[in-house]
Write a protein that binds this ligand. Sequence first.
Ligand code: OVM
Length: 407
Amino acid sequence: MKNAEAKGGIAPLDVPIIDIDPFATEFLLDPYPNHDALRDPGPVVWLSQYEIYAMARFEEVRSALLDHETFLSGRGVGLSDFAKQEPWRPPSLLLEADPPLHERTRAIMQSVVSPASLKRLEPVWKLRAESLADDLVTRGRFDAVADLSEVYPMLVFPDAVGLMEDGREHLLVYAATVFNAFGPQNDLLAESLVAARDAAVWVARACKRENLCKSGWGMGVYEAADSGACTPEEAERLVRSLLSAGVDTTVNGIATTIHALTQFPDQWKKLRDNPRLVRRAVEESLRWDSTVQTFFRTTSRDVRIGGVVIPEHSKVLLFLGAANRDPRKWDRPDAFDIARSTSGHVGFGAGIHQCLGQMIARLESQLILTALMERCGSIKIAGPVRRRANNTLHAVESLPVVVSPSS
Ligand code: OVM
């Protein structure tokens, strides 16, 4: 029984039963053709492969995210229920925590990753974006993943955390595993866990106080511990959150934005004509092709949704990416339109767990995109686009492009 870990029980009588496997490789590589089949049968569906409930419509996904008392995170936001199964690593004190613990840890992290700290970093981040974009435009032809989206976040984020220099390449391998681990125990996760053995050891070392530099978000968390906001052990685990969530997300978010702009050249032109649209372009990219496609919650009580009662202690899979393309909510949902309002999109989640690093992600994306569009008249696909299957992220492996310098 390949999904023995989930088994939420027998199929309920009143819920549409869907036999699609949202963690099959073909689905992960291209989830969009499957979304209607998840959204249309009803507000709640039953995924027979995993014996769990799922929601893929905007209204219900957003409401569930906002109702953290009913839809818990503390039993894990992956398929595995921490109340029944030991997690693969000690749980995140942020992502996999409920109030009151979550309130305390979130406040610490928000005071460390502050708007003021980002403002201080911005000038250097801008210079690094500009110099990278200079190089890329000179080359003319490059891989927007290997040469750009995997490069830029690594040029700014690890320094901001204050990580040791040696071994930073482990960050991406580690993060891929973190996000695979929210899915079932499939081959993807098994291979990822093997590949990330060294990376996990490195990450554990990198989170130690003695390995963080004096100024930086990492040390900021330990200083919060010094003032009594948390224990040193908690600080170490909170630094791990920065390393887990801070790189693969922005790497793929940036690649996706570029991918979108190559597929919709009129939008690239619109952006160049009006550079102030860069904020909207980044947001629309998150709506149109959400980097984090799914997260789970666990119900704390029986909850009625539409005509369906989801029993307490049920795992519920929330399709953020499908919600962000729901025609019930969005006009022309499949069109990438940087002028549209994306207000309410759930690409960063919603509610108390909404992405802590969203300001970091936005700043990185806006800076590199601005630097690129200031230099490139056009950007076109110049080879096969390859996806990387991940149980949570809609990830890009390779995106060959050719750019023409702006005249
Ligand atoms: C964490 C964590 C890990 C992965 C993702 C995430 C999207 C958080 O360790 O807290 O947020």
